[in-house]
Ligand binder design. Structure first.
Ligand SMILES: [Zn+2]
Ligand SMILES: [Zn+2]
Length: 170
């Protein structure tokens, strides 16, 4: 992505939008599988030879839920502000403009979500038996109450000698 200073009128902001479709390129930057293209929006203005740039990137990747480990689609987003000057390596004196490929690449790599959830109310895995609680219920919780909870005895009474799980008491 190259921005020529001549293409930006004085005192104006220019918006450049586009898609990064190259899956291999995205995969390299993100170390995850992208789902479709990543969309970018660059809003820039100039002051003398300087370029003020705001870049946002939006996309989606396949990722594993932090809580249950299931594969899910995770939204990616990032928003970077930068002021480039002719001292920066992005500046091209011949074309009097800035090459923002690296800026775009940085923005994409920063767009990965910090936390991944398969759904907002993911129940995660049971810490005891490892079952995915979104899919199956497990009985660990009940057992835990029976074994360690001071009210365990009370629960035995409530269960009223169902004796199904062979209480070790008495
Ligand atoms: Zn989950
Ligand atoms: Zn369990």
């Amino acid at each position: 992505m190259f921005v020529e200073l001549a293409s930006i009128p004085f005192g104006a902001t220019v918006t450049i939008e586009g898609d990064v479709n190259d899956t291999e390129f995205l995969k390299d930057i993100l170390s995850s599988d992208p789902i479709g293209a990543f969309h970018y929006t660059l809003v820039c203005s100039k002051m003398e030879e300087k370029l003020m740039a705001n870049l946002t990137v939006k996309g989606k990747v396949y990722a594993r839920c932090d809580l249950c480990g299931e594969e899910t689609e995770a939204p990616c987003f990032s928003d970077l502000d930068e002021c480039f000057t002719p001292d920066d390596e992005e500046y091209d004196i011949e074309k009097n403009g800035y090459n923002l490929d690296k800026f775009l690449q940085d923005c994409i790599s920063l767009s990965l979500p910090r936390e991944v959830r398969c759904k907002p109310d993911c129940k995660g895995l049971c810490l005891k038996c490892g079952v995915n609680l979104n899919k199956n219920a497990c009985r660990c919780h009940e057992t835990l109450i029976g074994d360690n909870n001071p009210f365990g005895a009370l629960q035995d009474i409530i269960k009223n000698g169902g004796a199904k799980n062979g209480s070790t008491k008495k």
